[in-house]
Design a binder for this molecule. Structure first.
Ligand code: NOJ
Ligand code: CA
Length: 562
């Protein structure tokens, strides 16, 4: 990033808060969160200091994958409300100077979508060509057309007996993939996107964007030795996903979509893609000149060990791989991932270190609801899981489920989707008393909740609020360049970096250890922020950092922004 980015578009400076509406706030007592619930908490979110809200899908759906199986983009799911609720929410968000981002599931539809129903009903329908139907191989077409697996392990082809053909689904069997090589599908998808942008939506999150295009020649994927896919390598289940994931046409589609979005009149919007692969590949989705997706989720944080060295290397990599005009994203969790706090012993003091990093490093932070109060994963048995994914892994014993979760692999996503903990009231204030929320409330709610933490200046929530306020105020933090401190100038458990915008500069120092450490500063500094409320142990050029203390410093005499 150039030294001075005051004039950067809003999305480069923003902070995003992900709302999983189903688990946010239930206003009508049916146990399921709704759009009115989001509206009711807008002041809370504005005061928290986040600027952009991302809503996961709330469209009409059989809810077999809780909204990621869309039956119609044209309707709001009855559980969640109405278009009038949505319109009211969108204006209320904008009135507060905030932005709203929607989730677009363009790779697939629900198998109850009218297109798919028609495709099943009539082999000669035009809708048949909207999906990936194919005759099987072998004797009587009884074997799937290719060896392609789904992203979750089992094969991706599903047999439709009535028409004696197979259809492909990258994710779950009831989420048939659209055929994006069909110009009618492209037209329909672009029209959906445009419709939302014209409504005033500020950006889109693109679900499994890396699966959009598959090989047109239906070639078999080569074998691989990798058992499981990971954040930086989408190959897995002993298959190299050469012809199904990260196809060059999916990468090219990023630029087509961006051009289409940019052509819709209004403020700039942003596209953020859910893609997995090595950094160079992720970068290609953004386009080397930044003309593709504005942002891609970077999930490597979730696998990064809690240490100054590990985060130093990660920052170094992001700075190299996502140099200007590109911008990294900072993700610590979402509705699919184990909440990171478990990896640091469910310790809010360590969560403060991570939050400091997330909100002060260069890039766009994505917060997942509940992170700001330190909500933890809830142990839930696979046998009774509502998450359809969990059923594929029924054989996994609970001890292994927990072990995998600590390593960031989530088998039962219910565990990170429990209702938001608003207060110590019944149902944590999520659903009215006497209601049964769709997922159990975490038993930690009497002490881990918004109401309690709002009254405690040392709480994790207060930490987020103070930090978000400072980030908004200081161009160095929200749009400055980043230079890492050389580790030899710091004690081993401390990570340090400098952010600079024009003549404004700040230093961020994070002590990852439970020890008191001493740092020598090149010049005298003043304190702008500390995780610890007590006075800073600063004596001339010597600074003592308390256990897990993080500070933000500025040169003496430098103003602290407008
Ligand atoms: C990724 C979404 O985040 C996840 O929740 C969903 O199940 C799959 N994509 C399929 O749409
Ligand atoms: Ca409700």
């Amino acid at each position: 990033m150039s030294a001075d980015q005051h004039e950067a578009p809003w999305w480069k400076k923003t902070t995003v808060y992900q709302i999983y509406p189903r688990s946010f706030l239930d206003t009508n007592g049916d146990g399921v969160g709704d759009l009115k619930g989001v509206l009711a908490k807008l002041d809370y979110l504005a005061e928290l200091g986040v600027e952009t809200l991302w809503l996961t899908p709330f469209f009409d759906s059989p809810q077999r994958d809780f909204g990621y199986d869309i039956r119609s983009y044209g309707q709001v799911a009855a559980d969640h409300g109405t278009w009038a609720d949505f319109d009211q929410l969108l204006s209320a968000v904008h009135e507060r100077g905030m932005r709203l981002v929607l989730d677009m599931v363009l790779n697939h539809t629900s198998d109850e979508h009218p297109w798919f129903r028609e495709a099943l009903r009539r082999k000669d329908s035009k809708e048949r060509g909207y999906y990936l139907f194919r005759r099987g191989r072998g004797e009587g077409g009884s074997a799937p057309p290719t060896n392609w697996r789904s992203m979750i392990g089992p094969r991706g082809w599903h047999y439709h007996a009535a028409s004696d053909e197979w259809y492909f689904a990258s994710f779950l069997p009831f989420q048939p993939d659209l055929n994006h090589r069909n110009p009618d599908v492209q037209k329909a998808v672009l029209a959906i996107v445009e419709g939302f942008l014209r409504k005033g939506v500020d950006g889109l999150r693109l679900d499994i964007f890396n699966a959009m295009f598959k090989d047109a020649g239906y070639k078999d994927n080569p074998p691989s030795l990798r058992p499981l896919p990971s954040e930086d390598n989408a190959d897995g289940f002993f298959q190299r996903n050469l012809y199904t994931i990260n196809h060059p046409d999916s990468v090219a589609f990023a630029r087509t979509l961006r051009a289409h979005v940019d052509a819709v009149p209004g403020d700039p919007r942003f596209l953020v893609g859910e893609v997995f692969g090595p950094p160079s590949l992720l970068r290609s989705y953004c386009g080397e000149t930044g003309d593709g997706l504005n942002l891609v989720f970077l999930f490597k944080t979730l696998r990064t060990e809690f240490s100054a060295q590990a985060f130093h290397s990660l920052l170094d990599e992001y700075e190299r791989e996502f140099a200007a005009p590109l911008l990294p994203t900072w993700v610590l969790g979402n509705h699919d991932r184990a909440r990171y706090i478990e990896r640091v012993g469910n310790d809010p003091r360590r969560a403060k270190v991570l939050a400091t990093l997330q909100l002060t490093a260069r890039g766009v932070p994505f917060l997942y609801q509940g992170e700001e109060i330190g909500m933890t994963n809830l142990d839930l048995p696979i046998a009774t899981a509502l998450d359809p994914l969990a059923h594929f892994y029924r054989f996994v014993p609970p001890w292994l489920q927990r072990l995998l979760r600590r390593k960031g692999v989530m088998i039962n996503r219910d565990e990170c989707r429990t209702p938001m903990q608003w207060s110590a009231a019944d149902n944590a204030g999520f659903s009215p008393p006497g209601t049964r929320p769709w997922l159990p409330v975490h038993p930690s709610y009497p002490w881990t909740n918004v109401a309690v933490q709002l009254t405690d200046p040392n709480s994790l929530l207060s930490h987020y609020r103070r930090l978000l306020k400072l980030r908004r105020k200081l161009p160095a933090l929200h749009s400055g360049s980043l230079t890492l401190w050389h580790p030899t100038n710091l004690p081993e458990p401390v990570l340090g970096y400098q952010r600079r915008s024009g003549s404004e500069l700040v230093d961020v120092l994070l002590n990852f250890s439970p020890r008191l450490v001493e740092v020598s500063l090149p010049e005298a500094r003043q304190l702008l922020f500390s995780t610890h409320q007590e006075s800073l142990l600063l004596d001339g050029n010597r600074l003592r950092l308390r256990p897990l203390e993080c500070v933000i410093l500025a040169p003496r005499g430098q103003g602290v922004g407008p």
